[in-house]
Design a protein around this ligand. Structure first.
Ligand code: F6P
Length: 546
């Protein structure tokens, strides 16, 4: 359905006027004027606490943003998503990753069919299989228990399970080493295969479509490597597959008993909750995998029912929307102050950028007068501080930051944790407060006056730079589940406000098609000249090097 353009809505226009005033606000002053600012601009749900007080906004900003949510029908679209309506309009699909983490008794239907029975039947198989591998009851073809698991997948079939297995390292099975091969670059496969023994290795071929070129090439390479020592019959003990494409799995030669299905209403970047999460269940055990699902479900329930003003995903989305639309922030930096979350920024890149990196509305009209999804990037604190934080503090662009931390560590080096949290909080304080030229002059007292004036501009920090801080008590399966779901729903709300389809990804198609064509040219005899000069030249150099 065609909506009136976002920029024509009353609340958007009011926000524009309001933003002209907000441009002059200094957060230092906002905090000084309102001692309750932290309490008023923070909220908590599903084990997560969100402090958004260090943003250039006030109560009126939030009122207008909430009004925009109502005016744009975001809650209606949210309810349609949860109800299994086909809101992915370009693929005519429901968007039901939330059904993957809902309790069995919650009836959810697609095309009149209850899906929760199917979901829980696959979960039961995930449990049975992961229990067998973890206990050592599942044996390789020479009778040895599995020691290494190699997940072969890319995009959503890699980033989620890999990030979660790393994040839940504390809960991992001591006998099982997880490996993730995603890149078509043979170095990736080589690195994994050089570390594993075919007699004790389990390969998971993970691909929603089971046609993705990189995954298929890696799967065939792994199969050929295995067959150097093992027989075709032995494959059944060492290869399992996760996909929506049952025929393609069979054609690949995987035992139908070793297939873990999921459904077209699960987007690749939203699939870690499905059988794509099999590596997680194998790594941490089904009990913790269930806790992970339950944490996400708690966030779903909160998102579905809490009023906008206390709704964490809504707030996170609205603050991000405000920064993107009205403060011109072209990127968002993700700064987990937790080493085990080191793949979380990469995971969010796909989640956010593949979802909201769109330039037409849901009705297909070009978006010309507002910006959509920002660039997402980042790395763990404190490492980022010693790499790119310089630009964030003193560069000419304003980049909002999401700080993420656990209040308690899962190790015994308590002095490290105090140092980590001190850095996290100090950074958000520094971004907000900055350092005025007078404060710098004060610091430099003792130098001669000319030297003070020479140095002062370089040592001044503008401050007034926005950030959110998300805290949890511990990083556990449940809090991690809630954290991912928080961001999933944030992306949903922003996509709804921008009126884009957050659930397709046509933008990755063109490169795939061209790569197939060039691969044929690289491996064939001809010297093709049908590309532009640069591409012809690059192909010629590669052919000359062979
Ligand atoms: O490159 C785009 C994409 O389609 C992602 O959306 C998806 O997660 C990834 O490729 C992998 O797809 P599949 O799971 O079908 O192999």
């Amino acid at each position: 359905m065609r909506q009136p353009p976002l920029s024509s809505t009353a609340s958007y226009q009011q926000l524009r006027t309001h933003a002209a005033d907000a441009g002059a606000w200094q957060m230092r002053e906002l905090f000084a004027q309102d001692p309750q600012r932290f309490e008023r601009l923070s909220c908590e749900a599903a084990g997560l606490f969100l402090d958004y007080s260090k943003n250039r906004l006030d109560g009126r900003t939030l009122e207008l943003l909430a009004e925009l949510v109502r005016e744009r029908g975001v809650e209606r679209l949210r309810d349609a998503m949860f109800a299994g309506e086909k809101i992915n309009l370009t693929e005519q699909r429901a968007v039901l990753h939330t059904a993957l983490r809902a309790p069995r008794e919650q009836q959810i239907t697609v095309d009149g069919q209850d899906v929760s029975g199917d979901v829980h039947a696959v979960l039961a198989r995930v449990k049975e299989f992961s229990d067998a591998v973890r206990s050592g009851a599942w044996l390789g073809h020479t009778g040895k228990p599995i020691t290494d698991i190699v997940n072969i997948g890319i995009g959503g079939s890699d980033l989620g399970p890999k990030m979660v297995c790393l994040a839940l390292r504390q809960f991992a099975h001591p006998r099982l080493t997880m490996h993730f091969v995603s890149n078509v670059d043979g170095h990736d496969m080589d690195a994994a295969l050089s570390k594993v023994d075919p007699e004790t290795t389990l390969f998971i071929i993970a691909s929603k479509t089971f046609t993705t070129a990189e995954t298929m090439m890696n799967a065939h390479t792994a199969r050929a490597w295995f067959l150097q020592n093992g027989s075709e019959e032995a494959l059944a003990k060492h290869f399992v597959a996760v996909s929506t494409n049952v025929e393609a799995i069979e054609a690949f030669g995987i035992d139908p008993a070793n297939m873990f299905p999921f459904w077209d209403w699960v987007g690749g970047r939203y699939s870690v909750w499905s059988a794509i999460g099999l590596p997680v269940a194998l790594c941490v055990g089904y009990g913790y995998f269930a806790d992970f699902l339950a944490g996400a479900h708690a966030m779903d329930e909160h998102f579905r029912t809490a009023p906008i003003e206390q709704n964490l995903p809504m707030i996170l989305a609205l603050v991000g929307f405000w920064n993107r639309e009205f403060l011109d922030a072209g990127s968002v930096s993700i700064a987990p102050y937790h080493q085990d979350l080191n793949r979380f920024p990469a995971y969010l890149q796909q989640l956010d950028m593949e979802s909201n990196g769109k330039r037409v509305t849901r009705a297909g009209d070009p978006i010309t007068d507002y910006a959509t999804g920002p660039v997402i990037w980042g790395d763990v604190g404190t490492n980022g501080q010693h790499a790119y934080f310089q630009l964030l503090h003193q560069g000419t662009d304003v980049t909002p930051i999401d700080f993420i931390a656990a209040l308690r560590p899962a190790h015994e080096f308590h002095n490290h944790h105090a140092a980590l949290l001190a850095n996290c909080f100090a950074q958000s304080e520094a971004f907000m407060k900055g350092k005025t030229i007078d404060e710098v002059r004060q610091d430099l007292q003792g130098l001669d006056a000319a030297e003070i004036e020479r140095l002062a501009p370089h040592k001044t920090f503008p401050g007034n730079r926005p950030s959110n801080t998300i805290l949890m008590e511990y990083l556990t399966p449940a809090t991690l589940g809630a954290l991912i779901a928080l961001y999933e729903h944030k992306v949903f709300v922003q996509g709804a406000l921008w009126d884009v389809n957050s659930f397709d990804q046509w933008g990755v198609e063109l490169g795939k098609v061209l790569a197939r064509k060039i691969e044929a040219e690289l491996t064939g005899d001809a010297r093709p000249q049908q590309h532009d000069g640069s591409t012809n030249g690059l192909i010629a150099r590669a052919k000359a090097a062979v």
